[in-house]
Design a protein around this ligand. Structure first.
Ligand code: ATP
Ligand code: MG
Length: 501
């Protein structure tokens, strides 16, 4: 790609950017939130049209008008926001828009089922492809998107943050798939905010900043700090544990849940959260962490068990009940239940606090603007104006707006499900500092994260979960990413032995 420029109303998303990917190479595209990564690949894959520049693919100039045209050229894409149809079956999603036909223009379902099974099995994902996609976790859905890309027989596969909703084991599966692609001389463009992944999988890296090219680098000649310095344009020292020791002696218990059972996901779990504590929940996907958070938020009614808030037994029937008591919940799935895509940044931020700033049903514009401006600045949400439609923001900036929605409510407890998913390193440091600040003010945080390093840096206590039960609890200096990983891996190993027996 040469001399690529792209402007949106009020924003220069790309300014004269050059980008080259070699055959059979894994190329990481890096940069802060809003740097222009997604825009660049959307131009490559026909979603957006460039204002200037040219695209040369296999020695020939191309200018795909839409995704289908890019597909015909052999470019296949997995977008940051999954483009799948949840109520359709897995196999229908794999072949969405290019169903194989039998004679007489009838869709060949047998063939679709057979080939979907084949690709997914090959990836190590053994699921019933005739089930609706919505019956599976986000991670499995992600894998289906990848399977879809693979069946296109692409020469170039573009992945925009494919790992943000995967846990460590699933990332390994994905990397296995990428290595297989490379063996077949397929090229891969890989966008991620997880730096260690770049060093594990990529050969070269291109860094963008504010829509401009910073440079192209050989990954072997980089280290994490150098890479981050290129991304943020200044020296960067590693993310550090910035929390103080929590004093459990006279800590007040804020939330206590006892013997919670819910569906198949929660199997008799109990935890307590102290006022001003950052409590982490670790575990693999499907271990019940999110479900536990939802029970505390009144979003999921337990079949059995009790929830106490400051010693008083609660019967949350709906989330409003919990919100009234000062509990907030930042969801992990910003697309499905998080943002309202067609509303402005301002409306999205103040959504949950509207009752607080309204009188007789009329929203105080002055208060609304005050709050919004404060949090846009605080979280450095990159947007041309508070009135921008939120879906036009980059993925990471949408996530920040979502965090702002709950933080602006003066909550007493914030449940954060993967709070830094899709957020760049610089912003991550700021959000982590904010979490510590909240805790110091006596606001509790329940932090659900698949990133062990993030738990280590931020939590006073970590509860490790598996299959809806508490597996272990770590406190203070015991909280180390390797320890958590080991506990999870060991439990997993024990379980597979049980199954083998
Ligand atoms: N459709 C659009 N309309 C208006 N502005 C847009 C649109 N798409 C992107 N932008 C703006 O272009 C800039 C680059 O966005 P882009 O999504 O490419 O960033 P990114 O590098 O992918 O960031 P992230 O890591 O957060 O996903 C941002 O300022 C964004 O708000
Ligand atoms: Mg993006």
């Amino acid at each position: 790609m040469q001399g690529i420029s792209k402007r949106f109303l009020g924003v220069v998303a790309l300014d004269n950017v050059g980008f080259q990917v070699g055959k059979g190479e894994v190329h990481a595209l890096m940069g802060e939130n809003g740097a222009g990564k997604s825009t660049l690949i959307k131009i490559l894959t026909g979603i957006y049209q460039k204002d200037e520049g040219e695209i040369i693919f296999d020695g020939r100039e191309i200018s795909p008008k839409d995704a289908l045209e890019a597909q015909h050229e052999g470019i296949s894409t997995i977008y940051q926001e999954l483009n799948l149809v949840l109520f359709q079956t897995v196999y229908e999603n794999v072949f969405l828009g290019r169903e194989p036909m039998k004679k007489g223009r009838v869709i060949d379902r047998k063939e679709m089922i057979r080939r979907s099974r084949e690709v997914l099995d090959d990836m190590g994902i053994h699921i019933d492809v005739t089930m609706p996609l919505k019956s599976y976790s986000t991670a499995v859905q992600q894998m289906v998107a990848i399977a879809r890309a693979l069946t296109i027989n692409a020469k170039l596969v573009v992945m925009d943050e494919p790992t943000s909703s995967l846990d460590t084991q699933e990332v390994e599966v994905l990397f296995g798939v990428i290595r297989k692609l490379v063996e077949k001389e397929v090229s891969v463009i890989f966008i991620t905010h997880r730096l260690d992944e770049v060093f594990e999988i990529a050969d070269r890296a291109t860094v963008l900043k504010d829509g401009r090219l910073v440079g192209e680098f050989d990954v072997r000649e980089l280290d994490q700090l150098k890479l981050v310095s290129h991304m943020i344009g200044r020296e960067f020292s590693a993310l550090e544990r910035n929390k103080k020791d929590f004093d459990y002696n006279d800590a007040q218990t804020q939330v206590e849940v006892k013997d919670i059972y819910q569906g198949v996901r929660l199997n008799g779990i109990g935890i307590d959260i102290k006022k001003g504590e950052v409590l982490g929940l670790a575990g693999l996907l499907g271990s019940g962490r999110t479900e536990l958070g939802r029970v505390i938020f009144g979003d999921l009614l337990p079949d059995e068990g009790e929830v106490f808030y400051y010693g008083k037994k609660q019967h949350f029937k709906q989330t409003e009940d919990a919100i009234k008591l000062g509990i907030g919940f930042c969801t992990e799935d910003r697309k499905v239940e998080g943002i309202l895509p067609n509303l402005s940044v301002k409306e999205n931020i103040t959504l949950a606090m509207l009752p607080q700033i309204s009188k007789f049903g009329v929203v105080s514009q002055k208060k609304q603007n005050e709050v919004v401006n404060k949090f846009i600045e605080r979280l450095k949400v990159k947007t041309p104006s508070p009135n921008q439609i939120i879906k036009n923001l980059s993925g990471g900036n949408q996530q920040k707006a979502l965090l702002a929605r709950w933080l602006c409510m003066n909550p007493k407890l914030v449940i954060m499900d993967e709070p830094t998913r899709g957020i760049d390193v610089g912003a991550k440091a700021e959000i982590e500092a904010l979490i510590q600040e909240l805790a110091a003010q006596g606001i509790s945080v329940l932090m659900i994260s698949s990133e062990m390093a993030e738990l280590e840096r931020n939590c006073d206590r970590v509860v490790v979960m598996r299959e809806g039960k508490k597996l272990a609890e770590l406190k203070g200096a015991e909280i180390q990413q390797d320890t958590i990983t080991e506990i999870i891996a060991k439990a997993h190993h024990d379980l597979s032995e049980e199954v083998a027996l």
